[in-house]
Design a protein around this ligand. Sequence first.
Ligand SMILES: Cc1cc2nc3c(=O)[nH]c(=O)nc-3n(C[C@H](O)[C@H](O)[C@H](O)COP(=O)(O)OP(=O)(O)OC[C@H]3O[C@@H](n4cnc5c(N)ncnc54)[C@H](O)[C@@H]3O)c2cc1C
Length: 363
Amino acid sequence: MSETPAKPPARAAKSKELPEHLKAYRHVWVFIELEHGRVHSVSWELLGEARKLADTLKVDVAGVVLGPAGEGTDQAVAEAFHYGADQVYLVEDPLLTNYRTDPFTKALTDLVNTHKPEILMLGASTLGRDLAGALATTLATGLTADCTELAIDGTSRALAATRPTFGGSLLCTIMTLAARPQMATVRPRVMSMPEPDRSRAGPVIRERLDMVEEDIVTKVLDFIPDADTNQAQLAFADIVVAGGLGLQRPENVQLVKDLAEVLGAEYGCSRPLIQKGWMTADRQIGQTGKTIRPRLYIAAGISGAIQHRVGSEGADRILAINTDPNAPIFDFAHHGIVGDALEILPALTEAFRARLAVDRLAG
Ligand SMILES: Cc1cc2nc3c(=O)[nH]c(=O)nc-3n(C[C@H](O)[C@H](O)[C@H](O)COP(=O)(O)OP(=O)(O)OC[C@H]3O[C@@H](n4cnc5c(N)ncnc54)[C@H](O)[C@@H]3O)c2cc1C
């Protein structure tokens, strides 16, 4: 007689309900990234975004500052209020002088478990990416990395975190329904910089690290700053001029550089130019390159593929130069010139050079 084998127990369906003990989590937190006495500007951009989310949720915004006692840390706390924090959580300890995963993860994990924020945001910088991953693991919660948009879902009160997916061909919105806090990282310059209000101040809640050097496996032997001052500062430039495959030959990259020089701008490119070795990787604009937010972006011979668009559409004004009137870039550019970039770029360079010379003479 044959016996029907017993069925394996069905896997419990993952609950989408927030467990009772997590319902008390409230407020929106931003990790203020302080390194060598300076705060990364993405932290202020995130505070601006946190304000909007907190206003929708009718809760407070808090900044989290981790660092050694001293002027840099005091300044970071004061500025966190200026950029919108209602309160600041502060852990001061010499072990937090240089970034190391262990002490920073412990400090933030303890803060979260004690004070229970519902949303925690970090910059998608090198430091922020490392810390966010470690933290989401110790807190057993969800993390959406490299978000391009953050909002509150009207029905669930959850953070709706939008980011590119499938190689940037689609945007998806992710919600962490059954765990807290909801974590997100955002790249520099994706969110706009809020205006600081220097009159703002607030309460500082201090906590201890409770760790000794022997607990930390990583040792910092020395700090050697990057000596390459020629690195592109695309993310922070007011004007960016970029070229794409429409430039056709490597020597035509010079036309982009010439216009950038006259305008006091940074220059960049689409990804294929990096792959061809026409420009260095730090000049790539787009999903897998830099996100830019200049006042003016001039894109010459760039089609405007979605991966390029997500890194450039935050510009205040976009001027596209393209021979194809149906190029996708004209869907999001504010001004368009249908024509040959190899003729238009030098013409613009000469026109700006002449105009700026007149302006200089006029004083
Ligand atoms: C996972 C993934 C990540 C990616 N990340 C990025 C990224 O970060 N950044 C990025 O840029 N791309 C990225 N890409 C590549 C992206 O999909 C496009 O292939 C790329 O942006 C196209 O570059 P392009 O516009 O220079 O070239 P093309 O798409 O070939 O466009 C060239 C344009 O130049 C125009 N043109 C031709 N001759 C002239 C002329 N003489 N004057 C004026 N216009 C002319 C053409 O009409 C055309 O519109 C990524 C792709 C993948 C799959």
